[in-house]
Design a protein around this ligand. Sequence first.
Ligand SMILES: [Fe+2]
Length: 196
Amino acid sequence: MKKLEPKNYNFSNVKYFSPIQLSEHYQLYINYINCLNQVSADLKNDRIFNKCSSNYSDIRSAEKSKTFCFDSIKLHELYFENLTGNNNRPYGPFERIVIENFGSYNDFRDKFKCIGLSMRGWVLFCYDRYNKEYYIYGQDSHDCGVMLYADPLIVADVYEHAYMIDFGTNRSLYLDAFFQNLDFKVVNQRLKKNLE
Ligand SMILES: [Fe+2]
């Protein structure tokens, strides 16, 4: 696996989030990148394959960390990318698809929020290439509940670290703030890639 470098994000137009909340969250993302780079380096050493055990082994630890950190990195990049504070009114193909599938944007947002309040890690709106359907789904952790073939269109982090500094335990208020900063241009660009 190639060495990864953290990507940069511009949070200057993000409303209702403090710089410390965003910078601490970004630091966690860097930690995951450092972790994955360490795991990748360790996997290049053949000695790690000397003991193969599902109860306790170095390779088991490395493989568990690999999926945990790599999924976390991808999810955080999708989250930071759609949290810009710009273009925060639904429009275009996204709006049409949401009306077709959920009746209205408000109904979609209420369901997304409800799933976000019910999960421990992530909530996503996706296009599933397997059955060519759009749906919202939740994950309890970075690597638990990942849906194969589901291309993420909207990604919200609902781990407490994403909002505790600014919103305490009020995840509902955090998700309201998330939607007020959600960039629908980014969402439509992701959608366009799926429709091509
Ligand atoms: Fe996070």
